[in-house]
Ligand binder design. Sequence first.
Ligand code: ADP
Length: 236
Amino acid sequence: MALLTIQNLALGYDAHAIVQGLNFSVSSGDYLCIVGENGSGKTTLIKALLHLQEPISGQILIGDGLRKNEIGYLPQQTVVQKDFPASVREIVLSGCQGRCGFRPFYRKEEKQLAEDNMARMGISALANHCYRELSGGQQQRVLLARALCATQKALLLDEPVSGLDPKGTSEMYHLIAQLNREGIAIIMVSHDIAAAVRYASHILHIGAAVFYGTREAYLQSDVGKCFLTHQKGGEA
Ligand code: ADP
């Protein structure tokens, strides 16, 4: 069974559906990009996948050993978050909170997990630095290390390269692709359609038309062709 199976999902506010008819699945090793126009419901879908919002109808089923709160989440950074006055180690460790339950301290294994994930993201030397003094690219590595403390199976990334310069963007995409090669399923919301069609194994397009399928099928579909042309026109 897939890690996530989404069946006939309708999402919205006050019983008014913003997006409906969503059917897709995410299996171990998949790289799913979620694309669509502004206001099409991508953030609303993220909230539903994180169990922060109840669907109007339909189901989100979990399988393949994935536990309910075991999706690592990398939020889109706000100005306030960028200025967070904590050390890198404290922020990465906070990714272990789901493992602590009501226990008010971290165990040795959790501290080791944080150290291991800082090493994995190449930020061990920054462990005692203040988060707000780091570059945008370093901050994203810290948030990835934190998300990895919550999961070995699936990462949900909301616009992970937003605000990064070209070098930081390229490094971030390489890190995400590396984690995917290591077997972690990636679910990424992105405005960067070029990156989506470069890296994704599957694409979910939401909006006036809904599409879900492989990257190749998306590139051949009317929805995909139309969106790609529109996006390229917008960039020109
Ligand atoms: P996207 O992330 O694709 O830009 P969103 O999921 O943020 O889209 O929003 C989808 C639609 O839902 C928009 O029309 C937005 O105005 C509306 N919306 C978002 N949050 C709320 C809310 N808390 N209450 C009512 N409507 C909302």
